[in-house]
Design a protein around this ligand. Structure first.
Ligand SMILES: N[C@@H](CCC(=O)N[C@@H](CS)C(=O)NCC(=O)O)C(=O)O
Length: 234
């Protein structure tokens, strides 16, 4: 079996922050497919596959290149139907999209605005100017302005995971039930993103998310602990 190449966003100290790349690393591991996570700078993306994709993750599997995490997840289930499925049904896939969209709405923007300067400060030297310019244009604020008002936003971002906490309160080991599934990988990817770069804690020490996240990090030979992370709690 060929080793799949996954272009994986890299920042300082070989940290791997991208939430979208995290879910694909978990997807590949879930399916038991051997892969190599190729360290990639944001400014490298235009030189991959003739500039066909604007974002990572991108995978190369033999001669085939696929970009976008949803397209990659679909490709993996189609190309490797005899391996454990990411989506047991079309309905499960759509519910996973709902999980992603809900999290975008409840926590995505406040997370991004809270930690934008931390992401910048961890970025590779050659990515920094591009990152600052593109993100300041997007938000119409400087990274420093955003950072100076982050305390309240972090609280909002923390509360944005309440639906996850409520779901776990039912006692299930994973969001997908007794066994981990793509919904777990989506949510864990967001938290591993923040843990990769945060200089201010996101969670309280008694947060029930922590035990669940620890279980996800332990999966697949401790995949979620293989690149450097900061503590999510003070
Ligand atoms: N919808 C895409 C989003 C991927 C995405 O936004 N990736 C970011 C890294 S976390 C990226 O590559 N950004 C490129 C850039 O900012 O130039 C997916 O699900 O794969």
């Amino acid at each position: 079996m060929t080793t799949i190449r996954l272009y994986d966003l890299q920042v300082r100290d070989d940290r791997r922050p991208s939430p979208f790349c995290w879910r694909i690393k978990y997807a590949l591991a879930h399916k038991g497919l051997p892969f190599e996570a190729v360290p990639t700078a944001l400014t490298d993306i235009p030189s991959i596959a003739g500039g066909a994709h604007k974002t990572v993750p991108i995978i190369e599997d033999g001669g085939k290149t696929v970009g976008d995490s949803w397209a990659i997840a679909d490709y993996l289930d189609e190309a490797y139907p005899d391996r454990p499925r990411l989506f047991g049904s079309a309905a499960e896939r759509e519910l996973c999209r709902f999980v992603e969209a809900s999290l975008f709405v409840s926590a995505g923007k406040s997370l991004l605005m809270s930690y934008l300067k931390d992401i910048h400060d961890h970025a590779l030297e050659r990515d920094r100017a591009y990152f600052r310019q593109s993100r300041e244009k997007l938000f119409g604020r400087t990274l420093e302005e955003l950072a100076s008002e982050r305390a309240e936003r972090i609280e909002a971002a923390r509360a944005g995971f309440d639906s996850v906490r409520l779901t776990l309160k039912g006692g299930a080991r994973f969001l997908s039930g007794a066994h981990p599934g793509y919904a777990d990988y989506i949510v864990a990817g967001f938290l591993l993103w923040i843990a990769s770069i945060a200089t201010a804690p996101l969670l309280m020490s008694d947060d029930p998310l922590l035990a669940w996240l620890g279980r996800v990090q332990d999966l697949h030979g401790g995949l979620g602990r293989k690149s450097p992370l900061n503590a999510l709690v003070a």
